[in-house]
Design a protein around this ligand. Structure first.
Ligand code: ZN
Length: 138
């Protein structure tokens, strides 16, 4: 069995952002040389998410509005976590949107449905963040 590991780096210009990282994951898969196996993608931070969904800008605005209803960023003092930090909403949003995804690898490709794309969801950006890609198989 082969094993491959790569870190992707992101530093968004805004506090929140949704980035389609499917091309970077596909590039990692090609680099790995693995044809059959599993591909794990997880954020290495507790205020960002990895999730699979549609690459459609209206849907991304819907995510943004929905998450702001569930866990509004402001006022900061509504959260117990916000003593030295102001990112309680980011921890909550990340929990809803998830930490990682696992995709099947078949014939050297991500074995996805028609509209599936992998996203990095940033909820407390403007700093360097890392995403781990781990691929195992043969
Ligand atoms: Zn925090």
């Amino acid at each position: 069995m082969k094993s491959y590991r790569k870190e992707l780096h992101f530093s968004t210009k805004t506090r929140r952002a949704y980035i389609n990282i499917t091309p970077q994951v596909e590039a990692a898969l090609t680099e790995s040389g693995i044809r059959e196996g599993l591909c794990l993608v997880n954020t290495m931070h507790i205020t960002s998410s990895i999730f699979i969904n549609d690459d459609e800008s209206g849907l991304h605005r819907d995510f943004e509005r929905w998450l702001e209803k569930l866990a509004p960023e402001k006022p900061y003092d509504q959260y117990d976590h916000n003593g030295y930090e102001d990112n309680a909403d980011a921890h909550l949003k990340r929990t809803v949107m998830g930490r990682e995804v696992v995709a099947a690898v078949t014939g050297g490709k991500l074995d996805f449905g028609r509209w599936e794309q992998i996203f990095y969801g940033e909820f407390d950006g403007m700093r360097d963040k890392r995403v781990l890609v781990k691929i195992i198989g043969e």
